[in-house]
Design a protein around this ligand. Structure first.
Ligand SMILES: NC(=O)c1ccc[n+]([C@@H]2O[C@H](COP(=O)([O-])OP(=O)(O)OC[C@H]3O[C@@H](n4cnc5c(N)ncnc54)[C@H](O)[C@@H]3O)[C@@H](O)[C@H]2O)c1
Length: 280
């Protein structure tokens, strides 16, 4: 049910939103339910050599999410965009404007959280992949989205999907943690530079969502720590004051709020959505 009437008619682009059960899908569906037209972007088939095949948002999945949104009465389109490629990111921003006449919301969601290794075992190429997708990709998204938003003169909202790793350090996650800490810096600088254009820039910092990437991480770390899945998850629940890991919808709700006029005076924020686990 729509909660933010000012979002009706807005146009949103979300990167890395083509994977079923990912945070991107949930945010896309939530923004569409609020009346936004949503452009689902992702790698599509055959471009994600650095990822396990099962971790790539394929064109079929992207079209499936568009179909779901249309079936629910919303408006959406799919656009293949590798956030490593500046031309493709710029094209995605132009596509929204050329096709729907506006660009109000850009969500830097594409991320790689699969290359989790100790520093001594991590290759330079793996480090570069994580930094390039998670941080350089968010820079490109911010740059080309802002370019269109400034040109259109209607202001806008840029949302970066960070992590608890934007605030805290996690062993085996040097590149991921560094990229997400860097995203906090990017968020703050972009908020300073783009505020005068009426563009709010904020970061959402989820802790653990047990689907998609989060499911892989839970399985991986339960093995690495030798705890086994059940004990690992029980320990996680015990650490979280609200007693459960996050749901995709928890992130989608905050995304809709930050994109709405209810959050008009919030910018440069890195907002924890962690059930109380993270608090700085
Ligand atoms: N799931 C969690 O527990 C969790 C927690 C904190 C933060 N996050 C962050 O949320 C975001 C989404 O994660 P998710 O859990 O939905 O994972 P996911 O793996 O389902 O989604 C990531 C998406 O990014 C896409 N992607 C990867 N490389 C790309 C590239 N070069 N260009 C374009 N798209 C690319 C993938 O195809 C995939 O669709 C990520 O930035 C992740 O770091 C997730």
């Amino acid at each position: 049910m729509a909660q933010y009437p000012d979002l009706a008619g807005k146009v949103a682009v979300i990167t890395g939103a083509g994977r079923r059960q990912g945070l991107g899908e949930a945010m896309a569906k939530r923004l569409a339910a609020e009346g936004c037209t949503v452009v689902i972007t992702d790698l599509g088939q055959g471009q994600g050599e650095h990822l396990p095949d099962s971790a790539i948002g394929t064109t079929d999945e992207m079209q499936g999410i568009v179909h779901d949104i249309e079936q629910a009465g919303g408006k959406a389109a799919a656009f293949v965009c590798n956030v490593l490629n500046p031309d493709e990111v710029a094209s995605a921003a132009r596509f929204a404007v050329d096709t729907f006449g506006r660009l109000d919301i850009w969500v830097n969601n594409a991320g790689v959280g699969y290359l989790m290794k100790p520093i001594l075992e991590m290759s330079v190429e793996e480090w570069d992949t994580v930094l390039n997708v998670n941080l350089r990709g968010a820079f490109l998204g911010t740059k080309y989205a802002a370019e269109q938003m400034v040109k259109l003169g209607n202001g806008g909202k840029i949302i970066n999907i960070g992590s608890q790793a934007s605030k805290s350090a996690f062993a085996h996650a040097s590149a991921y943690t560094t990229s997400k800490h860097g995203m906090t810096g990017l968020t703050r600088v972009a908020a300073q530079e783009l505020g005068p254009h009426g563009i709010n820039v904020n970061q959402i910092c989820p802790n653990h969502v047990t689907t998609g990437l989060g499911a892989w991480q839970n399985a991986h770390f339960s093995e690495v720590t030798g705890k086994g899945y059940e004990t690992y998850m029980a320990d996680m629940r015990a650490r979280i004051p609200l007693g459960r890991p996050g749901l995709q919808e928890d992130i989608a709700k905050v995304c809709a709020f930050l994109c709405s006029e209810q959050a008009a005076y919030i910018s440069g924020e890195a907002m924890n959505v962690s059930g109380g686990e993270e608090y700085h």
